[in-house]
Design a protein around this ligand. Structure first.
Ligand SMILES: [Zn+2]
Length: 156
């Protein structure tokens, strides 16, 4: 079946990336109108980029190829259930659907545990493992005010 074929491609990306020591065992492809328009694999360790997860690299590739900042009419095939960062990136890029292969639990079993991030999200800021503190609220609102008034902005 077509869907299984695309998932196999995502898994191939994972294998290719880990075999060439680009990063962890995660791959992703993005499909539009039955064609792969973006590919990605984890490149965290080779690019010194903690955000270079498979889904993020695939979204960047697909958006570049589409010349668009969103993935209208696209489906994401990712070899593993997305982490919270990629989940956010997926929502921002607005694809139609996500297919995932292995689960967060499968990833946790081999040492890729992102459950702690999900646990941090609902915590009050003073209870998080990385402290958050508000600073400069008044000056930080200036860009927002200017954006509200900007005539030639590109909304998204
Ligand atoms: Zn991720």
């Amino acid at each position: 079946m077509e869907k299984e074929k695309f998932m196999q491609e995502a898994i191939n990306q994972a294998l290719k990336g880990m075999n060439s020591n680009e990063g962890g065992p995660f791959g992703c492809v993005i499909v539009k109108d039955g064609k792969i328009i973006g590919r990605g694999n984890n490149k965290v360790t080779s690019s010194n980029d903690p955000t270079a997860h498979a889904e993020v690299t695939a979204i960047r590739d697909a958006c570049k190829n589409l010349n668009s900042f969103q993935l209208d009419g696209c489906e994401i095939y990712t070899s593993c259930e997305p982490c919270p960062m990629c989940l956010g990136a997926i929502y921002w890029s607005r694809p139609d659907k996500v297919y995932y292969g292995s689960t967060q639990q499968d990833a946790a079993n081999i040492g890729f545990d992102d459950e702690f991030i999900y646990k941090e999200i609902p915590l009050p800021y003073d209870k998080r493992s990385i402290p958050f503190e508000q600073l400069g609220h008044k000056i930080a609102l200036i860009p927002f005010k200017k954006w509200s008034e900007k005539e030639d902005k590109k909304e998204y």
